[in-house]
Design a protein around this ligand. Structure first.
Ligand SMILES: Nc1nc2c(ncn2[C@@H]2O[C@H](COP(=O)(O)OP(=O)(O)O)[C@@H](O)[C@H]2O)c(=O)[nH]1
Ligand SMILES: [Mg+2]
Length: 305
């Protein structure tokens, strides 16, 4: 199966939601104001966001739709082009590329979004690229969280640094980086506990992790990645805003695009923050991760090609 086919399959719910929604609306040969209103409303309801939906409406209204072609196909094409133009500049594969320095990635997000699972998946890609990877179990909140990361480390065959439950997450981060530096590792991936962006003490703890890392490497963490759950809809906007205030984010990952009809929220996030999009989660297994490619995303979303 090609990447595109895999993506289309995983992304089926969102894509068929868009395709069937547009098909219901676009029944006439020409696209009048009423139809434009309905398209815009529908895109907003599919979580594409008010700004992007209004952009798409104005592009559609300014464009002369070729009356010889099927209007639905023209609309899909315009939507497709809009997505590519918006999101192609946000592609960022640098985390997967070989570097001449130790790359430290701090992974954050609210509870249950898929941080630990995504770290497992990313470490597999890194390992396949011949990189020496160590995971840091900085989610010390529950013993089960440490065990979950440990299970991933065993499955993928990468090392892990951990401590007992309730230990200071910053100290685990420090120990992990120290170990990685002393043993010529290429990548450190730090798992953290889920935290709500409005809980000050937890956000302080998160900030402390980054500060402690700087004692060993003034440039660390080189990557600060926020994981977002696509099924949370527009809540993700607030999450990006708040996490970005504490430690500036270098990239985003969106998960669970396989289980939702609301994958359009990635477009809303792209439009609002213009932050790099690293990869997308399309399932619970180790290979269910797609390095972000705007064209593949756009084609799957609009069911073109
Ligand atoms: N369907 C689906 N489930 C996912 C995905 N990523 C993670 N999960 C599941 O979501 C749940 C929470 O994941 P976990 O990694 O523990 O989240 P964390 O609390 O952020 O570390 C688990 O049951 C995962 O298997 C994804 O891309 N698709
Ligand atoms: Mg976790």
């Amino acid at each position: 199966m090609s990447i595109f086919e895999k993506f289309k399959l995983g992304f089926k719910k969102s894509a068929s939601n868009i395709a069937s929604g547009l098909k219901e609306i676009i029944i006439k040969k020409e696209i009048d104001d009423n139809t434009l209103d309905k398209i815009e409303e529908f895109l907003i309801s599919a979580d594409v966001g008010v700004d992007a939906s209004s952009d798409i409406r104005s592009i559609l209204s300014n464009k002369k739709i070729d009356s010889n072609s099927e209007p639905i196909n023209e609309v899909k094409k315009i939507l497709n082009e809009y997505i590519v133009e918006l999101m192609e500049p946000l592609e960022n594969k640098s985390i997967f590329e070989t570097k001449d320095y130790l790359n430290v990635t701090l992974v954050s997000g609210v509870n249950g979004v898929g941080k630990t699972t995504t770290i497992g998946k990313i470490s597999k890609i890194l390992k396949n690229n011949n990189r020496k990877v160590v995971l840091g179990a900085c989610d010390t909140f529950r013993a089960a969280a440490i065990e979950q990361l440990e299970t991933w480390s065993q499955k993928i065959g990468v090392e892990i640094i951990k401590s007992e439950a309730k230990a200071d997450p910053a100290s685990v981060a420090y120990k992990t980086l120290e170990y990685a530096k002393n043993n010529s590792f290429n990548d450190v991936l730090l798992d953290t506990a889920g935290r709500l962006q409005n809980k000050k003490n937890l956000m302080d703890e998160y900030k402390k992790i980054a500060n402690v890392l700087k004692k060993l490497d003034s440039k660390a963490p080189q990557e600060v990645i926020l994981v977002l759950d696509s099924t949370s809809g527009q809540n993700v906007i607030n999450q990006v805003e708040e996490f970005n205030k504490i430690i500036p984010l270098t990239g985003l990952i969106m998960t669970k695009l396989d289980g939702t009809a609301k994958g359009g929220v990635l477009i809303a996030v792209a439009k609002k923050f213009k932050l790099p999009i690293i990869c997308l989660g399309l399932g619970e297994k180790e290979d269910d991760l797609q390095i972000f490619d705007a064209r593949i995303f756009a084609d799957a979303f609009t069911q073109i090609n």
